[in-house]
Design a protein around this ligand. Structure first.
Ligand SMILES: [Zn+2]
Length: 321
């Protein structure tokens, strides 16, 4: 009995030291990080489409910013379709031929649809775009065949990490919003956004949740509404907030250690004479189970044809932990 007790104690001691060794080893080898790249507004009509018709890849000048990234995302600020009828009385309507999708697919994994142009040619064109994206092997978020799909997170799994991307528009017109029986975009009603973020973890088992917003005025500094909603989303469990729509860069922010990019600006977009609208950011987040570990912003300059060109070096690099 005595020897049994003795060997039990020895075994227990061995187990404890083995566990300590394992813990030490785990502490030394940090969890692998997944890189997620975000770009601003992709509007392929005009100059970019003319380049595409010549067989030119409109993303050629920024291709290296996406190369090697685990996940690549951007906001598709036009409807890709051949059908549909123009929204009456809406200024600036954008529809582009599907021929450019092969280039989008070359550089992106999924695109955001929650914006004030994806519905420019009505629900029929929007539905055709969903089919074309699927055919091209591109994912999408912030839009869908119905309200439920529009609010469903787009899950991308890399190295065992499940990353949920949500998308919302809050820039008029609201009639682009999906309904129970109509395709369209997700609108950012606060309560629903909070529920979606929580569900991304609870229902969809996401490790990381990133909402992408279409919001704000065409100004360099984010407004009070953007600041309040970003905080609400982070309080609900978002790991970062990515924004767009103001057609220019806006400030960045940090809340509870989570980064907020209020606007990444334009990305592929023709028709802005002012310099401020032709400077953008492509942001690369490094994420793990605890959220964003670090981020890096690359400056992009957009030429007269609306095509982006990357600056030589990253202009800002922030390590959060
Ligand atoms: Zn917009």
């Amino acid at each position: 009995m005595k020897s049994l007790t003795c060997s039990t104690i020895k075994l227990a001691a061995l187990c404890v030291s083995a566990l300590l060794c394992m813990n030490a080893a785990m502490a030394q080898t940090p969890e692998p990080a997944v890189s997620v790249v975000f770009a601003g507004d992709i509007m392929l009509e005009g100059g970019p489409d003319r380049a595409i018709r010549r067989g030119h890849d409109p993303f050629a000048g920024v291709a290296h910013l996406f190369k090697g990234a685990d996940i690549r995302l951007g906001n598709l600020e036009c409807v890709v379709a051949t059908v549909g009828s123009v929204e009456p009385e809406k200024p600036n309507v954008f529809r582009v031929h599907p021929r450019g999708l092969k280039f989008v697919k070359r550089h992106f994994d999924a695109v955001g649809l929650a914006n004030n142009h994806s519905g420019d040619y009505g629900p029929q064109a929007f539905a055709q775009m969903l089919g074309l994206l699927k055919q091209s092997g591109l994912g999408y978020y912030g839009g869908g065949h119905d309200l439920k799909e529009a609010h469903k997170p787009h899950i991308l799994e890399r190295q065992g990490l499940r990353i949920a991307i949500l998308g919302y528009d809050e820039f008029q017109p609201r009639n682009f919003e999906a309904d129970h029986d109509r395709p369209g975009v997700a609108w950012s009603e606060d309560e629903q956004v909070v529920r979606d973020i929580k569900d991304a973890r609870r229902v969809w088992n996401a490790d990381v949740v990133i909402p992408v917003m279409h919001w704000g005025w065409e100004e360099p500094i984010a407004n009070a509404r953007q600041r309040a909603l970003a905080r609400l989303m982070i309080d609900a469990g978002a790991d970062a907030v990515i924004g767009g729509h103001p057609h220019q860069l806006q400030d960045t922010d940090q809340y509870k250690g989570k980064p907020i990019f209020y606007s990444l600006g334009n990305f592929v977009f023709e028709g802005f004479p002012d310099k401020v609208n032709n400077v953008a950011w492509v942001v690369r987040l490094s994420v793990d189970r605890q959220g964003v570990r670090a981020w890096k912003a690359h400056r992009v300059d957009i030429d007269k044809q609306g095509l982006p060109h990357a600056a030589k070096r990253a202009i800002q690099e922030i390590t959060l932990r």
